[in-house]
Ligand binder design. Structure first.
Ligand code: ZN
Length: 290
């Protein structure tokens, strides 16, 4: 089986410190967790940023600051940065959501369709997706194609057929969202079987479904995302930290024979072509890490 690409989604858009005091909110906290998780084996950090009010924002300056702080805190850190284009809670416009792509991160999230979240509609119109795909092509950003249910794979296939998303295709299945596909092995298998050739896939799942879906990915040959964006708990009643969740996933992967992909190995597997100097040095400095 392929080496295991571990992603950590440290923050997300709706979570609060009241729910879990370990949730990183400021750029400093997000960068520090990224470095800790990289040290434990995470190849990719999926980043959301917050405003001074603690609510989600798509401000590219804050994204750039996170990357800058990662390099400052650990100059050798070569973790792949995946910037969210998800926005949040209807507070962000489509244009605001596209803004982080202009920083040229190696990966950005690409929510491949609209879905009911428990209390709102997460709108990703066909027009928005086409524009976002064009932006990512322009800036050399690999879309992480987030699919909350199987119809979103078909949306992605249409964009692939139109030449707007190039191989290899990197899918992230987000299971267990109320209003979308359930987090079951049967559902996961069904979605994997729908993928076009030359695809790699990872799975994340909400709440208590995170761990079993991660474990399913380990034995199915997929990749896995953990982190506090998707789940606040390490076990029943015990609040987790991001490093604890990464450490457990890496340990479980090794126990079932999955070696852990370094960021460099993940870059090769995913065919990342993003301008890493731009992604890692938004201020225009020249040092590039290995
Ligand atoms: Zn996210």
């Amino acid at each position: 089986m392929d080496k295991l690409i571990v992603s950590v989604a440290t923050t997300g858009s709706p979570g609060t410190k009241a729910q879990n005091p370990h949730l990183p909110i400021t750029e400093e906290e997000i960068a520090a967790d990224a470095v800790r998780c990289w040290n434990l084996g995470a190849a990719i950090v999926h980043v959301h940023v917050r405003g001074d009010d603690g609510l989600v924002t798509c401000d590219p300056r804050r994204y750039a600051r996170v990357v800058e702080l990662i390099r400052e805190q650990a100059p050798g850190c070569d973790i792949i940065v995946n910037m969210s284009t998800g926005g949040g809670a209807g507070r962000t416009t489509d244009d605001e959501r596209r803004a982080p792509v202009t920083l040229g991160p190696e990966i950005a999230s690409f929510d491949a369709g609209s879905v009911n979240f428990p209390d709102r509609v997460f709108v990703n119109s066909p027009q928005f997706l086409e524009q976002l795909a064009r932006d990512m092509l322009q800036y050399g950003v690999k879309p992480e194609i987030e699919c909350f249910e199987s119809g979103m794979i078909e949306n992605a296939r249409r964009l692939i057929a139109a030449g707007l998303i190039g191989p290899p295709y990197w899918f992230q299945f987000v299971l267990g969202v109320q209003g979308a596909a359930p987090a079951t092995v049967k559902q996961l298998l069904h979605m994997v079987e729908q993928l076009p050739p030359d695809s790699l896939w990872s799975v994340c799942a909400i709440g208590r479904a995170q761990l079993p879906m991660n474990v399913a990915a380990l034995v199915m040959g997929g990749h896995a995302r953990t982190g506090l964006e998707d789940n606040h708990y390490y076990s029943r009643g015990v609040k987790a930290t991001n490093p604890q969740l990464v450490e457990r996933l890496v340990r479980l992967g090794r126990e079932v024979g999955r070696e852990i992909a370094t960021p460099a190995e993940a870059r090769a597997m995913l065919g990342l072509t993003g301008d890493r100097r731009l992604a890692s040095e938004p201020s225009g400095a020249t040092e590039a890490s290995g």
